[in-house]
Design a binder for this molecule. Structure first.
Ligand code: MLT
Length: 406
C-alpha cells in the first residue's frame, strides 16, 4: 500500500499564487471582454537585457559545434560565473565570500525550499509574519509543524511584522534554531538597516542559530546606507546562508538562474553538540539532486556583470522602481498608508478591510489583480500587496482604474 506523506494534509488548500490564478481565470472565463491587469505575482514583463541576449546567442552557437560543445557542467555552477558573483556581489562590498562558497541554481524559491533538508526534524523555526509562503509550506511538508489554526502552524515561532515595528520583526523572546529573514522584504517591501541586521547576527551567534537570508530583491535597494548582503555584517559568515536570484534583477523569471551562498565557516550541530560544517552538506545535497543550470543561461547570467550588463540591469530595475513610485503616489493620494516600493518592487498597502474581499473588489470592479496580504499570514490581514512588475502603460491604466473605484 502506498502511504502518502500526511503532512501535506496540513497545508492550506493551495499555494497562494495558484489560488489567485484560479480566481483570475474564473473571472476571465465569465468576463472575456474585460482586460485584466496583473499586479499580483511578481513576474517580470520587460525583455532580457541586450548583454544577456548576446551572451545567450553566443553560447547557443558554441553548442552547435563539437569543438565548443558542453555536456554536463559542474553542479555548483561554472567557475566563470561563481567568480563573477563572488567578486561583484560580495568582495566589492567588503564581504569575504569565495567563489567556491557560491552554489548556482535554478531559483531562490527552490533553494529556500530545499535548504531545510539539511536540518534535524526537531527544530524551533522562526518565520516572519507576513511571510513568503515557501518558507512555511516546505517545513510543513517536511513534518516540522503541527496543524494550522487560524493561519498559524503549531510549532512555528511567528515574528510579527507590523506598522508599529516598521515591518522589521523584533528578536524572538524564546530561543530559536533557524530564522528566515527576507530583505528587501517580500511581501512588505520593508528594508533592514545595518544595525537591525547586526542585532540578528548577534542573536544567531549567541544562540548558535542559523539565519536563512533571502536577498532576492537586493538589486532594488537604492538607499546607499542599506546593506545589500548579510555578509556585510561582521560575523555573519558564521551564522548565515544567503539566497539571491536573477529573476527580478535581470528579468530571468522564465530563464531561471539564482545562487545560494553557504560559507565554509558556517556550522550546524549534532545532537551531542559537535559542530558540522554546512557547506559540504549542501554540496552533497546539491550534487545529488541537481544537475546544474544550462550553459547558455550561465553565460547570460555572467553577462549581467559585464559593464554593459550592469548598466542595462540597473536601468531595468529602475524602470520597475519607476512603476513602484507611480503606485506609491497614487495610493498615497487615495489616502492609504503604505510601505515599500522605494527600495523594493512591492508596495504593501493597509486597506483596513478583509484582504481577500478587497482583492475580489479590485478584480471585479477595476480588473486589477493584486495579492491579498492575508495570504502571507495573519499579520497580512487588512493589507494587499501591489507588484510593480508590468509595463508602464499597464501600471498607468491600473492606477487610473483604482482612482475610479477607490
Ligand atoms: C512573488 O510574487 O512573491 C514572487 O514572484 C514569487 C516567487 O518569486 O516565487
Amino acid at each position: 500500500m502506498i502511504r502518502v506523506n500526511e503532512n501535506f494534509a496540513k497545508l492550506q488548500s493551495s499555494y497562494l499564487f495558484s489560488e489567485i490564478a484560479k480566481r483570475v481565470k474564473a473571472y476571465q472565463a465569465e468576463h472575456p471582454d474585460k482586460r485584466v491587469i496583473r499586479l499580483g505575482i511578481g513576474d517580470v514583463t520587460e525583455p532580457l537585457p541586450p548583454a544577456c541576449i548576446e551572451a545567450l546567442h553566443k553560447a547557443v552557437d558554441e553548442l552547435a559545434s563539437r569543438a565548443t560543445f558542453r555536456g554536463y557542467g559542474p553542479e555548483q555552477g561554472y567557475d566563470f560565473l561563481r567568480e563573477a558573483i563572488a567578486r561583484n556581489d560580495f568582495q566589492s562590498r567588503g564581504a569575504a565570500i569565495e567563489p567556491d562558497e557560491v552554489f548556482v541554481s535554478d531559483g531562490a524559491k527552490c533553494d529556500t525550499a530545499n535548504i531545510q533538508e539539511l536540518f534535524a526534524q526537531k527544530l524551533t523555526i522562526a518565520v516572519p509574519d507576513p511571510v513568503y509562503p515557501v518558507y512555511v509550506d516546505t517545513n510543513v511538508m517536511a513534518g516540522r509543524t503541527g496543524t494550522c489554526t487560524k493561519g498559524r502552524y503549531k510549532g512555528l515561532v511567528y515574528l510579527e511584522c507590523t506598522e508599529a515595528n516598521g515591518f522589521v520583526p523584533a528578536l524572538p523572546e524564546q530561543p530559536v534554531d533557524v530564522i528566515y529573514l527576507c530583505f528587501p522584504n517580500n511581501p512588505t517591501g520593508a528594508t533592514a538597516t545595518r544595525e537591525q541586521l547586526a542585532a540578528w547576527v548577534r542573536y544567531a551567534r549567541e544562540n548558535r542559530a542559523l539565519i536563512l537570508f533571502d536577498a532576492a530583491y537586493e538589486a532594488f535597494i537604492r538607499d546607499p546606507a542599506l546593506p545589500h548582503s548579510i555578509y556585510e555584517i561582521e560575523g555573519a559568515r558564521d551564522v548565515a546562508i544567503e539566497f539571491r536570484s536573477y529573476s527580478k534583477t535581470a528579468g530571468f523569471t522564465g530563464t531561471r538562474c539564482a545562487f545560494t551562498v553557504v560559507p565554509k565557516t558556517l556550522m550546524g550541530y549534532t545532537r551531542k553538540g559537535e559542530s558540522v560544517p554546512l557547506h559540504p552538506l549542501w554540496n552533497r545535497r546539491h550534487t545529488t539532486k541537481f544537475n546544474g543550470v544550462s550553459y547558455p543561461v550561465q553565460r547570460a547570467t555572467e553577462a549581467v556583470y559585464s559593464p554593459a550588463g550592469k548598466e542595462q540591469t540597473r536601468a531595468l530595475v529602475d524602470f520597475y522602481l519607476g512603476n513602484a513610485a507611480l503606485i506609491r503616489a497614487t495610493l498615497k493620494e487615495l489616502g492609504f498608508s503604505l510601505t515599500g516600493g522605494d527600495n523594493s518592487p512591492y508596495i504593501w498597502v493597509n486597506v483596513g478591510k478583509d484582504s481577500w474581499k478587497f482583492f475580489d473588489r479590485l478584480l471585479k470592479r477595476a480588473q486589477v489583480v493584486t495579492t491579498p496580504g492575508a495570504g502571507f499570514g495573519r499579520c497580512g490581514q487588512g493589507f494587499i500587496r501591489i507588484s510593480a512588475f508590468n509595463s508602464r502603460e499597464n501600471v498607468e491604466e491600473a492606477m487610473r482604474r483604482l482612482r475610479k473605484v477607490l
